[in-house]
Design a protein around this ligand. Structure first.
Ligand code: ZN
Ligand code: ZN
Length: 357
């Protein structure tokens, strides 16, 4: 029996439903092992069913956990549900964040009045937030690959290449090194462009004497990495160095704050206080971090609005930044796994301000 589905079945019962329909691809993958598209899972006490259409039957036979009964369905998988549910009255939980209004209407029509649809959220995501040892090793491997790719990019130098060329080089190096893909669109943002936290790489040449924010990650064996380094292309102003040093100390404070039992809001505050006390609170407009796993943004969150509490096995980013419009941006991000004593950093690139050509 899949222990993940076992734990989910308990949660489904607690949510007041007999069965749960899982449709979000990352959640289906987490529960069943299936990596293709167009798959659904049904989980409840004593019930493990996986549904896909004929295109994926072979793949499912190889990948899906054997505790799941496999059902071949028409391409529109929802059509297969009615006969799978039986004729008794029942409550079926569904993932409200992952079902469209249209799909919900369709479900109601197809399932009829004896099936009550129960909106649920975060049931599988809550399980995914706590990684097992194998998941942590996969994330560590993704981090190691991404580190090696960045080292190659920085060795080759940045000055004279456009942001887009540098981002592309980093992404193709990760692919060459075995990554399935970049885990999100790579950010390479030089000088004033670094002041946009989600900057898109431009066809603009990186100049000497700039700070360059690089935020990148690899997807390997289904798991993501996420890291940011800010490097200098030659000599930078004293002010830029001060801002770098400040973000670095806020990041270190954030890392110190991460540990089991700590609140997501509490950890955010520890790092934010360092930046606020230096007078840059207004220039730091995002949360401190987020969970990373099968997806690059998942539970738990470290932010001013977070209700999450950290526990061993959580993998979170710690990524404060300061963004000075028209001038520069600095962000430093590590990925850590929460353990009994605090946390362990999964990536390995130094945070001393690095000067590259
Ligand atoms: Zn990032
Ligand atoms: Zn991040």
């Amino acid at each position: 029996m899949s222990p993940r589905a076992e734990r989910l079945a308990e949660r489904v019962g607690e949510a007041g439903a007999e069965l749960m329909l899982i449709s979000a691809p990352a959640n289906v993958r987490y529960l069943t092992g299936y990596t293709g598209s167009n798959g659904l899972a049904l989980v409840g006490a004593g019930r493990r069913t996986f549904v896909t259409d004929f295109r994926y039957v072979e793949q499912a036979a190889e990948e899906v956990d054997p505790s799941f009964e496999r059902v071949r369905a028409p391409q529109d998988l929802l059509e297969s549900l009615r006969p799978l549910l039986g004729d008794d009255e029942m409550r079926l939980a569904f993932e409200e964040a992952h079902i469209s209004v249209r799909e919900h209407r369709r479900l109601s029509e197809l399932l009829g009045t004896q099936v009550e649809l129960v909106a649920s959220s975060g049931l599988v995501e809550g399980l995914r937030a706590v990684k097992d040892a194998e998941e942590v090793e996969r994330i560590r491997a993704a981090c190691g690959l991404a580190d090696a790719a960045l080292e190659r990019l920085l060795d080759e130098g940045l000055v004279g290449r456009t942001e887009r060329e540098a981002a592309l080089a980093l992404e193709s190096t990760m692919r060459e090194m075995g990554a399935k893909r970049a885990s999100f669109d790579t950010i390479v943002a030089a000088g004033p462009h670094g002041a946009l936290p989600h900057a898109q790489p431009r066809d603009v040449v990186i100049e000497p004497g700039q700070l360059v924010v690089i935020d990148w990650g690899a997807e390997l064996d289904g798991y993501c990495s996420d890291c940011t380094r800010t490097v200098a292309t030659g000599e930078i102003s004293d002010h830029a160095e001060e801002v770098y040093a400040l973000v670095r100390s806020a990041q270190l404070a954030g890392l110190e704050g991460v540990g089991p039992g700590r609140g997501g809001r509490e950890v955010d505050e520890v790092a934010r206080a360092v930046i606020e006390q230096a007078g840059y609170g207004e220039q730091y407009g995002h949360g401190l971090g987020h969970g990373v796993g099968l997806e690059v943004h998942e539970a738990p969150r470290l932010s001013q609005r977070s209700e999450d509490r950290l526990e061993p096995g959580n993998v979170v980013s710690v990524e404060p930044g300061i963004y000075l419009p028209h001038e520069l941006g600095v962000r430093i991000e590590d990925l850590v796994v929460v353990n009994e004593g605090g946390c362990e950093i999964l990536n390995g690139i130094s945070k001393d301000l690095r000067v590259v050509g």
